[in-house]
Ligand binder design. Sequence first.
Ligand SMILES: Cc1ncc(COP(=O)(O)O)c(C=O)c1O
Length: 388
Amino acid sequence: MAGRNHLYVPGPTNVPNEIMRAMNVDMEDHRSPIFPNLLKPVLEDLKKVFRTETGQTFYFPATGTAGWEVALTNTLSPGDKVLIYRFGQFGHLWADMARRLGLDVIKVETPWGEGIPVDDLKQRLTADNGHEIKAVLATHNETSTGVTSDIAGVRKAMDAASHPALLYVDGVSSIASLEFRMDDWGVDGAISGSQKGFMLPAGAAILAFSQKALSRMEDAKFPRCFLDLRDQINANKDGYTPYTPSTPMLHGLRKSLELLLDEGLENVYARHHRLGEGTRKAIAAWGLGLCAKPGFESDTVSAVVVPEGKDAREVINTAYNRYNISLGGGLTEVAGKVFRIGHMGWMNDVSMLGAIAGVEMALLDNGYDIQAGSGVGAALEYYRSTAE
Ligand SMILES: Cc1ncc(COP(=O)(O)O)c(C=O)c1O
């Protein structure tokens, strides 16, 4: 099909041409005397995106999933208790990893569409007066349901319970798109990946750990090798990596950081809010609802619930086959019940209107009782009235 395939899945996101060009470089010697000139500023500038001055940033040739494992295995020991709320597929997978590694997982079932219930968290931590819970695992933005949790609220609940557990946050689909404040929120481990807000191909786990988390490394009893933070720390201090990195990816990350910091993080957050809000106006105009309950709506992804008797997969198939746009599907518990529109990364009002128009055509083709132009009209009025 002529023209671009428009990528509106919630990761991987569109890679800006500037990043593509920055990655189009000859292979380099990663042991050369000038390699630190590439790595060191990248690790330093990452701190600005994670909003940490006291934490340490890391780059692993891996994906977000490995980031979960880095956090768990470098700072905890088999049998340690961890607490996680399960309200979507990614929280489910993180809990499952923790169980498979041999941690004692307290998994609290939470309705899909809601986020972390901070009052419940406070109660559980207060009740744990022996401080057996060693870490709270929090999914900041649950990509499968389009739900954003209140991490500042999580920190408040932990402080109110005077609980010393580590706070680990999955920010794979929030960091570099949604407000994220590692130091202010007392986050001990922040986990992200390259293929979402950083606007890069998949293939890098981008992480930050607090000094408190790093101080646990020597006592942690999990066997680890490739994902051992100590090897990274050793090599990174001189500007190198413990094994061969993807140098094109690092050039891409250099450019990504330039783009994010030039735009300004507050502007990045505000842009994502507008992208999300315009999408939500369109969804409401179609008479459809979100999987996210009020107050939990994500500014990077909307999971749209289809009416009883409809299969969301048909909308996704039509959108792809007829209109060359990629939407996200529903995962496990919400398979067939939702389709997901990503509004993350290198997007603007007009790219969002393209997504909304494509969805609208696919809905009409599948016999949804909606007015042609209704969603597009609602979104464009919102974008026009709020454009700078
Ligand atoms: C919230 C969240 N966590 C973790 C992951 C897993 O990341 P990866 O696929 O990069 O391993 C994803 C991927 O979409 C995600 O959205």
